[in-house]
Design a protein. Structure first.
Length: 266
């Protein structure tokens, strides 16, 4: 009986040592075999405001499976350093190339101006600047006013214009009203001419638009190029004088443009 128990113990130890040896070899084989590191993706290490020049401290990298579709992303942080953020970036967000402007575009403001567009700055006060509620990224209409024949004339000269910056700030990280002295608008070259002309002819007023309102009247675009209506002149009808009667038939009386003949008694 004791012999049989001893044999069972030896068999159990044999199987235990064998299982431990197989497990050890399997773990070592897994550690020694090369593993797929996946694809490196650059993400935001912190919140990046609109118009910020990217620095190394703003960036981090993570590894994703190679079959994960993330879009036109960056794989190295060196490719992002120095670029300009065209939109607000959330912390942890994967950085896509279309959200950044090339560092060769110049200053921050110049980099965020779209191709074929221009940046024009207009002086404002607390009234023109919509009581300080204008922020970068808002859209406004431009209303021009001037005095003609002692009467005020107003018209909307530009519709749905993007606000690039207020004063010297192009960031949208503030949501409290701030009274500023200048607002920079993004316009086309023709719209820039219309804006400058309207500003020289009189005063301009900025009206804040709802961001969901995309309606605009194309018939009023660039109204500043049109000449203001001229007052209509009254037409004076010429009065043709009557043929004078023969002498002896009466007396002709002329009063201004009225001609009257008084018959004389025969």
């Amino acid at each position: 009986m004791k012999r049989r128990g001893f044999i069972l113990i030896v068999i159990s130890l044999f199987f235990g040592v064998t299982a431990a040896w197989i497990a050890r070899n399997w773990v070592q084989a897994r550690l020694a075999s090369p593993t797929d590191p996946g694809q490196l993706v650059v993400v935001a290490a912190m919140e990046i405001p609109f118009g910020t020049k990217i620095e190394a401290r703003h960036l981090n990298t993570i590894s994703l499976p190679r079959d994960a579709a993330v879009g036109n992303h960056f794989t190295k942080t060196d490719d992002v350093v120095g670029l300009i953020a065209l939109q607000k970036i959330i912390s942890g967000e994967i950085l896509l190339k279309e959200r950044f402007a090339d560092r060769a575009a110049g200053s921050t403001l110049a980099a965020i101006v779209k191709p074929d567009m221009r940046a024009v700055t207009v002086r404002v006060d607390d009234v023109v600047g919509v009581a300080g509620f204008l922020m970068p990224g808002n859209h406004v209409d431009v209303v021009a006013a001037h005095v003609e024949n002692q009467r005020a004339q107003t018209r909307t000269v530009l519709h749905d214009i993007n606000v690039l910056a207020v004063d010297q700030t192009a960031s949208t990280d503030k949501d409290q009203p701030v009274v500023v002295r200048a607002v920079t608008l993004e316009v086309t070259p023709k719209q820039a001419e219309a804006l400058v002309k309207a500003r020289e002819e009189g005063k301009i007023q900025l009206t804040l638009r709802n961001p969901l309102d995309k309606n605009s009247d194309p018939d009023t675009e660039l109204l500043a190029d049109a000449e203001p209506p001229k007052p209509e002149k009254k037409k004076v009808r010429a009065v043709q004088p009557r043929e004078p009667r023969e002498a002896g038939n009466g007396v002709i009386i002329i009063r201004g443009t009225n001609i009257h003949t008084s018959e004389s008694a025969t």
